[in-house]
Write a protein that binds this ligand. Structure first.
Ligand SMILES: [Zn+2]
Length: 74
């Protein structure tokens, strides 16, 4: 199962470029915390269920997903 995960391609942006991705949450959070990193600064690290890696997203992008998840759990 782990091998299958590693062979999966990271997600791409609609433009076709790869999204920023990280193998650990710590790595993603350290990247987002870097003040010199204006594109991702303050973003939230989250595990992607499509590619099994961590991406950084604006907190407001994650709220609707989170709400949907909570509804499906309850
Ligand atoms: Zn992904």
């Amino acid at each position: 199962m782990w091998n299958e995960l590693l062979e999966r391609e990271p997600c791409r942006r609609p433009s076709g470029n790869f999204r920023a991705y990280f193998s650990t949450k710590e790595e993603a959070e350290a990247f987002a915390a870097d003040p010199g990193n204006t594109d991702y600064h303050g973003d939230i690290a989250h595990l992607c269920h499509k590619c099994g890696r961590y991406h950084l997203s604006r907190p407001e992008w994650l709220v609707p997903q989170f709400a949907r998840h909570m509804r499906s759990v309850n």
